[in-house]
Design a protein around this ligand. Structure first.
Ligand code: FAD
Length: 586
């Protein structure tokens, strides 16, 4: 099974359009029935909302997803790179980037998004990292979203969680939720090395970054039960498919939300499934949970978006709102590599799978340690930088982070898979914002124009450099020497004019070897002012009734962590908001 999925990924050709999803065999539209709620997208958010709303027996729920079923292969976290080259993702790239992704093929970063039941949670790295209290307090103080402060959202983080690792800060974790969070031990020799390095730099070990304090070096907390990935499909849908009031329809691509232009309210959705066009009616609401990129596509095709852009693509305007604007994404530098004088892993695939059966890394997850720091070391402030310790395994290339490097870079960056490890360095709060737009008014156009505008702001490159410098300054210290470790000085192409290890040289390397950590958010963000936000604090689209957006696109800005945990939190809270609105909250 593993070998055949890897081979399939190696040969996979990403489709250039949505023909397979939208081709129809006739021009008739078939009625698909009436539902109280129709949810577009069964990903991190949609699966949760479908579960929670279908708890109300009298409500009929329709959950639609363009993707298909998951399988056993995607349960192995350490092989998730191969899933990115499969029909389980949309296989997107960014547009040509001027300030980042310079060493990537055509200066575009690979930015796949989930297209499968469970969405991103079925194919992602499964790091569970909520962020810092200040992140959510800012949703209130900066973006005017009352009800979303850290104290108010913490119960919703806990609600879905079943934490099973020790030690942990019990007050901050849930014990009875559907999502198992665990922390497999670091089994390589990198654990002690990482502790020594970070300690030397004044960053202490922290046993639980989702607890009282986020700062420090930790073992990654993961969406993981035993040795298997926990997705929102496995946690929130698998055991609930027999609910009579929940209808899940996969391979169902929503092409439009039908909105009554007089009453300005959502009436239902049009979708295509197996070559047939359908219309499903929403008696109460349509909920858009299609993710940071595709929610934009659905809204724009339905006439909700910036007036100017809708005119450009010839879509009749329903409501002028900044859909697709304010895109923010975590950018990371993948060129910081440390080489040790020894062997980390030197296993064949078969040996790796044997370890996996024993619940061991690296296939249970090759993301070992994780660290959150603030450049000025003020642990009260939210972190600026996250580091992830990640291992290159000796497996076919499409499972590798370096798969998108251009030929010149691939030739220059030679990784030794037994003795090297990556210290991915991520900028938590990029100032640069970008856009998601469409090429045309046709759902056939598969490729939205995703422009995250990485590193456009000088402050972003400076902060990312400071993050790299923190590690590089520790090179040749006792901590590095004790473990025979060295920062590797690659000959980064196009950076030859700079002196090695100088600021200019690192900044050049960062601009070339920057990529995404796949967290596009804020494209339909929450706020009180319709000129700069799309939805209100109850996640309702401004001035359109019966329509909400509940997913990663609802976030006003990025968190100091990863985006699945806050997306699930948003979905849990949204479900209660909806139940309360209809007098069903118990
Ligand atoms: C490769 C990768 C690695 C990542 N690693 C991590 C990590 O380690 N930790 C972490 O916290 N986060 C990670 N993320 C991010 C995380 O997965 C996302 O933030 C999260 O899944 C977003 O949830 P969502 O509900 O907004 O959208 P998604 O989970 O993307 O779900 C959207 C769903 O909508 C469906 N859809 C889209 N358009 C339509 C349409 N027109 N009609 C019907 N259905 C549609 C899609 O098929 C998809 O299933 C990663 C993401 C990727 C892609």
């Amino acid at each position: 099974m593993v070998q055949s999925n890897i081979s399939a990924a190696q040969n996979y050709v990403i489709p250039k359009n949505n023909y397979d999803l939208v081709k129809t065999v006739n021009s008739t539209t078939v009625e698909y029935g009436s539902y109280d709620f129709i949810i577009i997208g069964a990903g991190a958010a949609g699966a949760v909302v479908a579960n929670r709303l279908s708890e109300i027996r009298g409500w009929k729920i329709l959950l639609l997803d363009a993707g298909g079923e998951d399988n056993d292969f995607n349960k192995i976290l350490g092989l998730y790179g191969y899933e990115l080259f499969s029909p389980k993702t949309w296989g997107y790239n960014t547009t040509f980037q001027k300030n980042g992704c310079l060493g990537m093929i055509n200066q575009r970063c690979f930015l796949p998004q989930g297209k499968v039941i469970g969405g991103g949670t079925t194919i992602n790295g499964a790091v569970y990292a909520r962020g810092h209290p200040e992140d959510f307090n800012r949703w209130v103080s900066v973006y005017n979203n009352s009800g979303w402060s850290y104290d108010e959202v913490l119960p919703y983080f806990k609600k879905s969680e079943k934490a099973v690792f020790e030690p942990r800060d019990r007050f901050y974790h849930g014990d009875n939720g559907y999502v198992t969070i665990s922390q497999p031990p670091v089994t390589s020799n990198l654990g002690p090395l990482m502790r020594d390095i970070f300690k030397e730099g004044g960053v202490e070990y922290n046993y639980d970054y989702n607890g009282k304090c986020e700062h420090g070096l930790s073992i990654a907390e993961l969406f993981l039960k035993g040795n298997e990935r926990v997705s929102t499909a496995s946690a929130f849908l698998d055991n609930f498919r027999s609910r009579e009031n929940l209808r899940i329809s996969l391979n169902s691509f929503v092409t439009k939300i039908v909105i009554d232009n007089v009453t300005k309210s959502a009436r239902g959705v049009e979708f295509v499934k197996n070559g047939q066009k359908y219309f499903a009616k929403a008696d109460k609401e349509v909920i858009v949970s299609a993710g940071g990129v595709n929610s934009v596509q659905v809204l724009l095709l339905s006439g909700i978006g910036p007036e100017k852009h809708l005119k450009e693509i010839n879509v009749p305007l329903v409501k002028n709102l900044p859909v697709g604007e304010y895109l923010q994404d975590h950018v990371m530098f993948i060129g910081l590599v440390i080489r040790i004088n020894g062997t980390i892993y030197n296993d064949t695939l078969r040996e790796l799978l044997m370890r996996y059966r024993r619940n061991q890394r690296p296939l249970i997850s090759f993301l070992e340690n994780i660290a959150f720091t603030n450049i000025d070391k003020d642990t009260k402030k939210r972190p600026d930088i996250e580091y992830i310790v990640s291992l290159p395994l000796n497996l076919p290339d499409r499972g590798s982070t370096y798969v998108s490097l251009n030929k010149e870079y691939l030739a220059a960056i030679k990784i030794n898979t037994t003795s090297d490890f990556f210290l991915f360095t991520m900028l938590m709060h990029p100032k640069s914002r970008g856009t998601v737009k469409l090429q045309s008014n046709s759902p056939l156009d598969r490729i939205p124009l995703i422009d995250p505008n990485y590193l456009a702001e000088e402050e972003d490159i400076e902060k990312l450099y400071q993050g790299v410098k923190f590690i590089v300054n520790l090179n040749n210290t006792e901590a590095f020497r004790k473990h025979g470790a060295q920062v590797v000085a690659f000959d980064y192409p196009n950076c030859e004019t700079f002196k090695k290890f100088s600021k200019g040289w690192w900044q050049c390397a960062i601009r070339h070897m920057s990529t995404t950590i796949y967290h596009p958010v804020s494209t339909a963000r929450m706020g009180s002012d319709p000129s700069v936000s799309v939805i209100n604090t109850n996640l309702q689209v401004h001035d359109i009734s019966k329509l909400r957006v509940v997913c990663s696109s609802s976030m006003p800005e990025l968190n100091s962590g990863h985006t699945t945990a806050p997306t699930i939190m948003i979905a849990e809270k949204a479900s209660d908001i909806i139940k309360k609105y209809y007098g069903k909250l118990r």
